[in-house]
Design a protein. Structure first.
Length: 288
């Protein structure tokens, strides 16, 4: 049982769903999400008791120390998970087949210190990166299955329309890599599933809505998340190809990212409430 709920509120389906935000240091969240006088050093401790996962962006720009991953692990409650955006030096290159050293450097940087709080690794590609089946397969073949004894889950975030082809889905399924579903008008949006977990980045929050998305939209996302977790697939999202629905339960990761980022914590909290989650009690030293 996750610490983010009471036994009466959560069922097995909800327990497979994690809802989160991107990072935890964002000035507009002060006196909005965080208490105005909360010390910056306590922001992760606070945020991890209001959402069940966080996608870390800093790992995209630079290598973190093993001690940093260990600190993040120890600061957060049991059941919490981090998704890590992998190094840009692995994905922002002309020839992906040559990314081996960068991939190894990232995977061996100490991410295993997160232990069971290590969630999916997100390999994000530039909007200009086009699909080249041979080169992309070479990249997927480089992704390791484990590090430090931990099984790794990989997800690719592709942002060019050339990836909207069944050939891309075939490769992702062959290598058991998930594809990001992006709720965005700026990037390709497709909900085809290629692995045993789902990764959704919701990027259309608006300042006009108290929780970023309308109540009706949040109701729909709660329903879709539950369908994914149960092994079904929503019928109202765009796909590249029609397939027979998976029937086994899945882990689901839903992140409110970008858009009106000020609203991300409110959106995450509203979605979690619809799934039956209640916030954790805050430690006494945060309430002082």
């Amino acid at each position: 049982m996750t610490e983010h709920s009471t036994p009466a509120e959560l069922d097995d389906t909800a327990l497979r769903i994690r809802v989160g935000i991107g990072g935890w240091n964002f000035e507009p969240w002060r006196n909005n999400f965080y208490p105005i006088d909360l010390p910056h050093r306590l922001e992760l401790e606070y945020a991890s008791r209001r959402v069940t996962a966080i996608e870390i962006n800093s790992t995209y720009y630079g290598v973190q120390k093993p001690s940093t991953f260990a600190k993040w692990r120890d600061t957060t409650p049991d059941g919490f998970m981090f998704s890590l955006k992998a190094s840009r030096y692995a994905t922002n290159r002309r020839v992906l087949a040559e990314a081996g050293d960068s991939i190894t450097r990232f995977v061996d940087s100490g991410i295993a210190e997160l232990g069971d709080k290590l969630g999916p690794i997100v390999w994000q590609f530039a909007p200009t990166k086009q699909f080249d089946a041979k080169d992309f397969e070479a990249f997927l073949a480089l992704l390791p299955e484990k590090t430090g004894g931990l099984a790794l889950r990989h997800v690719v975030d592709v942002r060019h329309d050339s990836f909207l082809t069944p050939a891309f889905l075939t490769l992702a399924r062959q290598y058991k890599v998930a594809t990001v579903f992006t709720d965005s008008e700026e990037f390709p949006s497709f909900a085809d599933l290629t692995s045993d977990f789902v990764y959704a980045r919701l990027m259309c929050s608006s300042l006009q809505n108290a929780a970023g998305y309308t109540p009706q939209a949040l109701d729909s996302w709660a329903q879709r998340a539950r369908m994914w977790a149960e092994g079904d697939e929503p019928r109202d999202l765009p796909v590249i190809e029609q397939t027979t629905p998976h029937t086994k339960p899945r882990d689901v990761f839903v992140y409110f990212i970008n858009g009106a980022k000020e609203k991300a914590p409110a959106a995450a909290g509203a979605l979690m409430a619809r799934l039956g989650f209640t916030p954790l009690e805050l430690p006494s030293h945060i309430l002082k």
